[in-house]
Design a protein around this ligand. Structure first.
Ligand code: 8ID
Ligand code: ZN
Ligand code: ZN
Length: 350
C-alpha cells in the first residue's frame, strides 16, 4: 500500500531555496520501479544542480538527489527481474536507451538519452522515487541502507576513476579533495585495491580522518603547504610523484597543478566538476613526462555492481552522518563552507 502523498525537498527555480513539502507520489511506467527511499546521500552535484553551475539545465521544479537506497514497492508490467520487497539503489544514471552505440558497449553514462536522477528527472530527496528497472542497483538484504547510500554515486564514481587511472597494486595515488564525499570513499577503494594513498585536502578533521580512519600514508594540506608540488612528490619513496592523481575537488586550481606533480607515465583523472573551470597543464612537462589526462564520469551497471560488492564484503568503511530529509538546506550550507568530512546521509522518515 503506497501512499498518494509524500514529503520531498523541492526547488522551484535555479538558485533555490529547497522547500520541504508534501507532493504527489508518482506511478512507475511499464519499464520502471517505484523505490521507497529510506536513505539518500547528499552529493556536491546536488548543490551544483541547485546553483545552476553547469552548462546543462535541470528540470524544474526539481527533486534533487541521486544516492538513494530503499525498497521496491511497485513495478511496471515489463519488469521481470526485480520483485516488490527487493532492496534497490537509485543512482545518477536513472535510465538510458540501451540501444545506442554507447549503451551497446556498456558506456551507458555516455548515452545521449540518459536520464539523470535529481537533475533531468526527479531524484531521491523524496520518499518514493522512480527509476528504470534496468538501471537500479540490486542490493543484498544484508547491506545497511544508510551506509551504502554514498556508494551509489561517490563510491561508484571513484571506483571507476581508479580503474580508469590504470594504477596497479603497490603504486601510489594522490587523491585531491580527499576529505569530502568522493575523496573519503576514494581513499578506501584505493586502499582496498592495494594502492598507497596521498590525501590532499585541508583542516585537522580531514587530516585525522584520512590518516587514522581511511588509511592514507600522507596528508598534504593545500591551504598551508608552501610548495604543494614538492610536498606531493616528496610523499613518494623516490620523490618522482604519484602514479595517478584522482581529482575530486570543487576548485579549479588543483586541475591546473596535477600534471606538474604526477609521475612520468602517470595519469591524471578528472572527476570533480567546479563551475566554469578549465584544465591547464604545462605542454613541456606533459610531453616529456608522457602524462595522460582524462575525464571519468560515474560508472556503468557493472562498475556499480562491483563497487557495491566491495562494500558488501566489508572492504569500504567511510564516515557518514545521518540527519533528517528536512535538514537538507543546512547540509548544503556546510557543503558550501567545505566543512563536511565524509558524507551526509538523509533519513527520509524525518
Ligand atoms: O561522475 C563524475 N565525474 C562525478 C560524480 C559525482 C560527483 C563528479 N562529481 C563531482 C561533484 O559534482 C563535485 O564537483 O565531484 C565533485 C566532488 O563532489 P563531493 O565529493 O560530493 O564534494 P565535497 O564533499 O564537497 O568534497 C570536495 C572536497 O574538495 C576539497 C574540499 O575541502 C572538500 O573536502 N577541496 C577544495 I573545494 N579545493 C581543494 C584543493 N585546492 C580541495 N582539496 C584539495 N585541494
Ligand atoms: Zn553524485
Ligand atoms: Zn543509449
Amino acid at each position: 500500500n503506497v501512499p498518494k502523498k509524500q514529503m520531498a525537498q523541492v526547488i522551484e527555480k535555479t538558485g533555490g531555496p529547497v522547500e520541504f513539502k508534501e507532493i504527489d507520489v508518482q506511478q512507475p511506467g511499464p519499464d520502471e520501479v517505484l523505490v521507497n527511499i529510506k536513505f539518500s546521500g547528499v552529493c556536491h552535484t546536488d548543490l551544483h544542480a541547485v546553483n545552476g553551475d553547469w552548462p546543462l539545465p535541470t528540470k524544474l521544479p526539481l527533486v534533487g538527489g541521486h544516492e538513494g537506497a530503499g525498497v521496491v514497492v511497485a513495478k511496471g508490467d515489463l519488469v521481470k527481474d526485480i520483485e516488490i520487497g527487493d532492496h534497490a539503489g537509485v543512482k545518477w544514471i536513472n535510465g538510458s536507451c540501451l540501444a545506442c552505440s554507447f549503451c551497446q558497449q556498456s558506456d551507458e553514462p555516455l548515452c545521449p538519452h540518459a536520464l539523470l536522477s535529481g537533475y533531468t528527472v526527479d531524484g531521491t530527496f523524496q520518499q518514493y522515487c522512480i527509476a528504470k528497472a534496468a538501471h537500479v542497483a540490486r542490493l543484498h538484504k544484508d547491506i545497511p541502507l544508510d551506509a551504502v547510500a554514498p556508494v551509489l554515486c561517490a563510491g561508484i564514481t571513484v571506483y571507476k576513476g581508479l580503474k580508469e587511472s590504470g594504477a596497479r597494486p603497490g603504486q601510489t595515488v594522490a587523491i585531491v579533495g580527499a576529505g569530502g564525499g568522493l575523496g573519503s570513499l576514494a581513499q578506501q577503494y584505493a586502499k582496498a585495491m592495494g594502492l598507497r594513498v596521498i590525501a590532499i585536502d585541508t583542516g585537522d578533521e580531514k587530516k585525522k580522518m584520512s590518516l587514522e580512519q581511511l588509511g592514507a600514508s600522507t596528508f598534504v594540506d593545500f591551504s598551508t603547504s608552501k610548495n604543494l608540488v614538492k610536498d606531493v612528490q616528496n610523499a613518494t619513496e623516490d620523490g618522482l610523484g604519484p602514479h595517478a592523481v584522482i581529482l575530486v575537488a570543487v576548485n579549479e586550481k588543483p586541475f591546473q597543478q596535477a600534471a606538474e606533480y604526477v609521475r612520468p607515465r602517470g595519469t591524471v583523472i578528472c572527476i570533480g566538476l567546479p563551475a566554469g573551470a578549465y584544465l591547464k597543464a604545462p605542454v613541456f612537462e606533459t610531453v616529456i613526462k608522457m602524462v595522460t589526462i582524462r575525464g571519468s564520469y560515474v560508472g556503468n551497471r557493472k562498475d556499480s555492481a562491483e563497487a557495491i560488492e566491495f562494500f558488501r564484503r566489508g572492504l569500504i568503511k567511510a564516515p557518514f552522518k545521518v540527519v533528517g530529509l528536512s535538514e537538507l538546506e543546512s547540509v548544503y550550507d556546510k557543503m558550501k563552507a567545505g566543512a563536511i568530512a565524509g558524507r551526509y546521509v538523509l533519513d527520509t522518515s524525518k
